[in-house]
Design a binder for this molecule. Sequence first.
Ligand SMILES: Nc1ncnc2c1ncn2[C@@H]1O[C@H](COP(=O)(O)OP(=O)(O)OP(=O)(O)O)[C@@H](O)[C@H]1O
Length: 601
Amino acid sequence: MNTSGQAGADAPKVKLTKESFQQGLRIFRFTLPYRAKFIVGMVLLTLSSATVMAFPWIIGKLTDTANGQPVRLNGTTLTINQIALGLFLVILLQGIFSFGRIWFFTQVSEFTVRDIRQALYRKFVTLPIPYFEKNRVGAITSRITSDVGIIQDSFSLTLAELFRQVMTLVVGIIFIMVVSVKLSLFMLLTFPPIVVLAMVFGKKIRVLAKTTQDELAKTNVIVEETLQGINTVKAFTNEQFETSRYTSSLTKTVQAALKSNLYRGGFVSFVIIGLFGGIILVLWRAASLVQSGQMSIGDLTQFALYTIFIGASVAGLGELYGKVQSTLGASERILEILDEPTEPTHQPSALPIRLRGDIAYEHVAFQYPTRPDLTVLQDISFSIRAGEKIALVGPSGAGKSTIVQLLMQFYVLSSGQITIDGRPIGQYDLTELRRHIGIVPQETILFGGSIRENIAYGKTDATDEEIVQAARKANAWQFISSFPEGLDTLVGERGIKLSGGQRQRVAIARAILKNPAILLLDEATSALDSESEKLVQQAMDELMQNRTSIIIAHRLSTIRKVDKILVIDGGRIAEQGSHDDLSHNENGLYANLLKLQFELT
Ligand SMILES: Nc1ncnc2c1ncn2[C@@H]1O[C@H](COP(=O)(O)OP(=O)(O)OP(=O)(O)O)[C@@H](O)[C@H]1O
């Protein structure tokens, strides 16, 4: 076993061309740091393959000695005992070399794969947000699991196997040529073509077997569907219809199974007749050579054993071909990700910055890269002075969250600019800038660890005292200290073991600990009960003190105290002003939203 994960047997393959080969080989640069181990592995592999190849040769000599034909080495005649001892020695060496080969190749593959996974992960977390919108998470994670798994298998197995099979083939052919050129040529003309034919046959059978499986799966879908929706079937009196649908699907399955087994039967008789027939032909030829004295029994034994080796290596190479294809495919997909441009975060030259927190949006327009034909923001201009609080309100889909996300530089603006303290945000170091912006999202997603870890996410080197302090300010300490395990309480996957209000307060504590100059609050849409609503609101108020804050408000009651309200509609600022100004504008959007909420409550 290794750590390869599920090496996808159904992984897409690529055509073997010179380009795909050269591309795929680039993955080998990850093995460079371990090249010394790799070379030792290769030497051991060569030695272990060589000992295997010596085996039939010595057995031939043993047979000859048994048959009364003396074998000489350096002028002395070898006894059966000496030759058998030699065989033991060869096997012993073979065992030792194989152990060493596995040990060294495993190290190379495990370390290489660790480095590839590390490089991929580092890449993932530094890719810009649009990348994750264009690619499904499942597809991305399978790069780091199954694709890397395929590469791992190829480093630990395929590569060694490929080398060994090629060596067996070449050395095997040389050896049989030495034994008897005539018989070798005869064998090479009959045996390998049969093996190749058998492989093609085998592939066809696999395809047919898959078709049968697929058909069977379809019949199962019908059963599941109709049983789950049995009420619908009966209500529409479609029992007969469904039965005939099932029957026709069953018939297709049977037809597919029969066809597949027709080929399977053919394959078995082909193997029996063709392969064994081929062997009989070679043996017949060999027997006549032995009879006429052109070949010894020992040579015949050697010949037969090498022939089996050659046959096995031809078959093995056929299988390896498929593996090499998947390896190249996997390595191409991995390299593709590694070549993606990243966000310019964590630049080593970045100097720490201090922000006051003046923010200005100047004629900002924006389309999401995944939906370039929809202008989400049209012409947004507003400014906030350091320490002020503004609220964004408006109908769902108006563009409020988008405005906030742009400040974090998750996306590139289509036009206009955003400045902080008078400087365009693009001129700041990205990591430094984000360090000064805190965010409390609409739906708080916690990480699966403890409450302590989740709060400390805002400042990874925070002391316990700081964490408790932040939890107190966020109105979270009360519930945390009521848990028997306190800060060490595990929150469950994505924080499911905490209530919505508790999760929010943990998120607020996290933001307090981060102590940012600018704060982005996305109010939760899901209503909390009034008690926890009050606790969350108090925590938010605490958090907003002395910070420039932008609040995306869904409940208008919570934002009466803000300095300015921007009403967003259809990607534009429809109205702006204080709560009092806007609520007195009878026909205004804000006054209407207020009325609507009042009626709802
Ligand atoms: N990642 C995205 N990719 C493409 N389009 C998006 C993306 N996020 C949002 N949109 C679209 O942009 C528009 C504005 O969305 P946004 O989330 O900013 O609205 P909102 O005012 O915050 O809405 P809500 O109050 O429902 O959260 C919507 O039409 C939405 O479909």
